[in-house]
Design a protein around this ligand. Sequence first.
Ligand code: PEP
Ligand code: MG
Length: 664
Amino acid sequence: MERSTIVRVHDGLHARPATRFVKLAKSFESDIELIKADKSVSAKSSVKLMLLGVKENEEITVRATGADAIEAIEALIGYLENPRSGTEEEGASSVETKSAEPTSKPQTALYSNETKAAGNMRGVAASEGVAIGPAFGFFPAEIKHENRLLGAGEISSEIARLKQAFAMVQQRMDKSLATNNLAESDRGIIAALKDIACDDELTGSARELVHGGIDAVSAVIGATSRIAADFASMDDPYLVARADDVNAVGRQICLALLGQDDANLDAVPAGAILIAEDIGAWDLARAPLRRIAGVICGHGGATSHVAIIARAHGIPAVLGLGRSVHALQNIKTVALDGNNGDVFADPDQATADRFHEQIGKAKTEKQALRAYKDIIPKRADGTIIEIAANLGSLEEIEAAQEAGAMGVGLFRTELLFMRHIHLPSEDLQAETYATLAKAFAPYPVIVRTLDIGGDKPISGIDFPDEENPFLGWRGIRMCLDRPDVFKPQLRALLRAAVHGNIKVMLPMVSGLDEVRATRALIEECAKELEAENKAYATFDLGVMVETPAAVMIAPMLAKEVAFFSIGTNDLTQYIMAADRLNPTVAKLNDVTHPAVMAAIELTAKAGVEAGIMVGMCGEAAGRPDLIPAFVGMGLTELSMSPSSIQRAKKCVLALGQVGDQEGK
Ligand code: PEP
Ligand code: MG
């Protein structure tokens, strides 16, 4: 069914009113279209709606098909006929947000690493192991204006060139969308990019610029920058983030015009060493990791998320090389030592032989460790020491199971939020957490609530510009300010708890009030689910101990939560006041520093005295040199990259404790 009306919304469906309209449309199940003149777009797509450009006093038709079509049309028409729609403030957040950057800012890294000798550099040892192989540079080219002024006779051929480039990019996107093996999240991203690549607004303005005598590359840069700037200036973070999409499409069209291919991780040959100045955690996570033998990067530190992904997949990595990484751009072979941070460009025969020998030894050692896969290590008093896995996505379940993980000690939910262009729905989250719980039952799966901040923003959350995001609005602080983001996650966790042994932990806790406020929200969510007749189960609530404040109040916290999990990555950076991503202060980021070890011991003591479980999920949990100390302090759970699990089990056994084989 459909109904037409004259739009009375003041200034039309620009920015905020458009966002609110889309939010309202999304609250209905029906398929809803908005029709203006002869153009119709989905009312649930902000991009399309924005580009439809609905103005005040224009005639618009709303068409809906589905079970709640009548209600949808009534609500949406009512919205369009109200001049004040979208201008009223909705539950203003307690946090002032400045205009969001459309793109995540490159980190201004300070690098102290110097080239030691020709072809020999040292960076931060970020993921253990050694590797040698063909160098694969990932250095996306910068696209520059051609700045050519066209003569009258050149214009029609330039228009044809432009048309061809647009068609090529659109076809490429269609081809990607037609493949069956595309993850739903990637499909959504590509579909959104294709919408932009086909949009008249973009094609039309680029064409217009060429008609005005500007070369096609400069015209595309001009058109995309203007549209991207329009999106970037909007006050809705979702729409602001679309500026990135417009720029990405513009880049693809320019490359097609220049006959160049973009840097693409799909082409990584087997056994290659990936070399980049910077690589996003999300780019790396979806790269063909099985083919990557090593990672070398200008940015990043030992506990950056790129390092964590590399470790999760057992890929040696050296990060934080700074600008000197560019010297590796044109080399053929590279060797890296993820244990000490050494990198050898085009190594001589003796060095190459040494690396091959070490790789052989590591393989043998790995094979020997397989004997520990099914061991269940116990303390002399019979208490099981759980050796669990840190995971960031469902794709990692298999590797964790193969390693012999006794559950999951940390499921980082950030990737789930980063890989979608919208915030993931409650249903999608419930399904994800339930899959995890089922995969590891009866072992526990500890899901960490969203731990995200301004250093890695996501679509759907408008982060303020912060001088120091690591000390800013992140983790539990952000979640409690944004119940619209937090509650769907808590509801999803309550629903998933029906399917296995789900436990939930809060990141970046620094006060009891944060735990209490979360508990109140959980109770509210449970009541809602009850009223909606949806199945749910309660779960144990714990906290990560990763701020000095949490350590200092650990005895009080221990009375209010079911468990502690010590996050040594952040705890080290906050105790030592040393940015975990800054290679210049990498030396200070040392978990073995007496100050950090004392903080761990204080936490363990408080937890043990209160009779709650104390675990650890920071990277230190997998270190064989530290495991004896942690077990001695009373930790009964150690969660780590799957590649470290078997060695950790061996290490606990070597403490002279007893160990059972799984199933005995
Ligand atoms: C930690 O801080 O130790 C931790 C496990 O969390 P993340 O590395 O994700 O900050
Ligand atoms: Mg942390």
